[in-house]
Design a protein around this ligand. Structure first.
Ligand code: ATP
Length: 365
């Protein structure tokens, strides 16, 4: 079956800026797909191109198998919710919902039915007579969403829709959006610079950099096997620990500031500078008789049920590594304490220092 959406080599320049640089990806029908990356990587331009608000300089855009690269906006069956959504302030919530349907010349009875259905779905039934200015931020955002959903788009484009909400509302809306997606199964392309939003809602995530996809995959795949340092440092919280190392000769592992580590490394990289990536959840305090790396506590950050502890390895001048511990495990630790750490070599990520690309260990013989 043709994907709901396919971008193939889509490019867009603004003067010297390459907003999109041969951007390519496909989204199967019904998927919650996230475009993830920091500011200015081209997320908004990508969504505007899909919506038809931007005409690409090069490349091809398909929806459900048909070429829509130059198709009229209205014919595309997509609807976009912007970061700074604009509601009609002088119209009630009911009329804000009804407006797009009136434009589409939908019959009055049908409009009423769909307005009430959409309001119920977004828990806004008790707000239909109100004007947007009298609603909370979260309610206003739900009205903006409803105005898009009521048209029953085949593809819904959401551009950082939760950015203007406070933390608690953002959390509620994340749950709400997942629920709506599960209930209606529409294809969603969701742009965000927020890692938590990307990981918690995305069934699949495309990590963008300079107008192109660096890596795409499920949240787990991106976390477990980042293809380079960029993806490794953007996915995972607290951020992955990075330590400089040198690949030893003869596939014997790597040399680090805290000693040699036995890793399977390819002879092809012998002698090269590398960067170790160690997730804060992949280190733990050693048991009584375990082989461990000497470390001392530098800083303790309690975060509720977990505590992030920064350790100095190989003396005070050595690298500082963050470790996530269950609250109880960090209880009683104080700066200066010696706490040897255990690191599972199987969990270490290794990157080429020059290119930033992951160095994949050769499979065991
Ligand atoms: N209409 C425009 N005119 C000139 N430059 C533009 C225009 N639209 C986007 N750009 C530039 O293209 C690049 C990509 O912008 P875009 O808004 O797509 O990024 P983004 O990832 O959505 O960022 P943000 O998260 O800040 O919205 C940026 O450098 C931006 O300045």
């Amino acid at each position: 079956m043709a994907p709901a959406l396919r971008l193939d080599g889509v490019s867009k320049r603004y003067g010297a800026v390459r907003a999109l640089d041969r951007l390519s990806f496909a989204v199967p029908e019904g998927r919650f797909f996230v475009l993830f990356g920091p500011s200015a990587v081209g997320k908004t331009t990508a969504l505007r191109t899909i919506a038809g608000l931007v005409v690409p300089d090069a490349g091809r855009l398909e929806m459900f198998g048909a070429d829509v690269t130059r198709a009229a906006i209205a014919s595309r069956g997509v609807s976009m919710v912007f970061q700074s959504f604009a509601l009609y302030p002088h119209l009630t919530v009911y009329e804000n919902f009804a407006y797009p349907l009136r434009e589409m010349k939908v019959a009055r009875d049908e409009i009423d039915r769909r307005v009430r259905e959409t309001a119920a779905m977004l828990r806004l039934s008790h707000r239909l007579d109100r004007k947007p200015g009298t609603l909370s931020g979260g309610e206003q955002q739900r009205v903006a969403l409803g105005r898009s959903l009521i048209r029953r788009p085949r593809i819904l484009l959401l551009d950082e829709p939760l950015t203007n909400l406070d933390a608690k509302l953002r959390q509620e809306m994340r749950t709400e959006l997942k629920r709506l997606h599960a209930q209606f199964g529409m294809t969603i392309v969701y742009a965000t610079p927020d890692e938590l939003e990307a990981l918690s809602m995305g069934e699949e995530i495309a990590v963008l950099r300079e107008g192109a996809v660096v890596q795409r995959g499920t949240p787990d795949a991106l976390y477990e096997a980042p293809r380079d340092l960029y993806v490794a440092s953007k996915i995972g919280s607290p951020t992955i620990n990075l330590v400089e190392a040198v690949v030893r000769r003869g596939g014997e592992g790597v040399e680090t500031p805290f000693g040699a580590l036995a890793l399977r490394t390819s002879a092809a990289h012998a002698g090269e500078r590398a960067v170790l990536g160690i997730r804060p959840s992949d280190l733990r305090p050693a048991g009584p008789d375990e082989a461990a790396l000497p470390a001392s506590v530098r800083l303790i950050e309690p975060l509720g049920d977990v505590t992030v502890v920064s350790f100095a390895l190989a003396g005070e001048a050595g690298p500082i590594l963050k470790v996530v511990l269950p609250e109880a495990r960090a209880l009683g630790m104080k700066p200066g304490d010696a706490v040897p750490l255990v690191l599972d070599p199987g969990k270490i990520h290794l990157f080429h220092a020059g290119t930033g690309l992951a160095i994949r260990e050769p499979a065991p013989a």
